[in-house]
Design a protein around this ligand. Sequence first.
Ligand SMILES: Cc1ncc(COP(=O)(O)O)c(C=O)c1O
Length: 409
Amino acid sequence: MSTDKLDISLANELYVLKNEGRAKIPERIITAYTPPKNGFGPRYRLKGSNQSFIRLNSNSYLSLSCHPELIKAADQATHEFGVGPGAVRFIDGTFSYHDQLERRVAKFVGKPAAKIFNSAYTSNCGLALSISGKKTHWIGDQLNHNSIIRAMRITNIPRENKGIFKHNDMGDLRHCLDEVRPDIERVIVVFDGIFSMRGDYAPIDQIQEICAEYDARFKDGVITVVDDSHGIGAYGDTGRGTPDFCNSQPDIIVGTFGKAFGVNGGFIAGSDTIIESVRQKADTYIYTNPLSVADCAAASKALDICDSEEGQQLLAHLRERTHQFRQGLEDLGFESIPGPHPVVPLMVRDTQKTHDLVQYLFEQGVLVVGLTFPVVPRGDETIRFQINAAHTPADINYVLDVLKQFKHR
Ligand SMILES: Cc1ncc(COP(=O)(O)O)c(C=O)c1O
């Protein structure tokens, strides 16, 4: 047996992807990290290049992944228990660090309980498997992250039990709720906290108010779920994310330790019963090894830092640098989507110009992501800049200077 025939079929499929402009570019490989020095933040080296790069395409908003205390915590946990759990959670793969992180993150987001997963992606899938039944209807924002879309798909509910509302359109959310059949027992309304391509946020207070109006119509009510992967640790006065920013608490919070907190892994937080259902029913939790104790120890430490004086300073610095960059873009006459989140989109609105600007930035040592059709609709071509707490005023000025040069070439 050989895979020759399969290889030919797959190669054809890949060819189609490429032709449609949907194929990913080859992955760049980071080969070295240079710590901050002389008023500039960290720099990176890439395989095959002698240049050093500043990253404005990292989700590590608090820039904690190289923090000495996180490294020390991961190191200590590893020395205590080793590098792998040896089994899934329910077959004695649960260590004190897993338990501690679950308690810590529940407390952080203000929920009675939490379960940790290998990622936010598998958290969303696990949540859907745990709380969806035959008489469940799902409603989601049109721009929800792929993991939520996938989660809604794996519930195996019929198409008519799903509704999609236009991005952040509260009238359309209402319309979706009006359309739910009366025999439905449970409605789940799910949305990103921060929309990662745009840096805008879900108006959670308004969503909560609307959902509350419909709650009594259904046996199990209307349950709100926010996936605040880009908000947690980066947004709101205390880094509690979009619920904090909107001063409104959804019923269930999904998040990641892999962005602002600089580590890895995801979580679901909610009532004790919801979390016990997750433990009993989420295949993406039950049948897979958990995070390493090193990840758990580092993530717990990241939450501690976020809650400390240092965390307050990092958040304040992040807000200032984000403001500096947004103001700079405006002064240069570039279009963006307003908002205080460190995801700052530069609306280019042209495919070729987007490619040209991404390439120009790369040649000047700046790493960013360009988003073109079909990832975004034609006319919405964008470059996504992500500010983090390790960027210095000089870093931001450097990037703005490069943008200025591009404009006046
Ligand atoms: C809203 C949202 N959910 C989930 C994820 C995936 O997070 P993780 O890397 O922890 O799976 C992302 C990452 O891009 C995201 O933006």
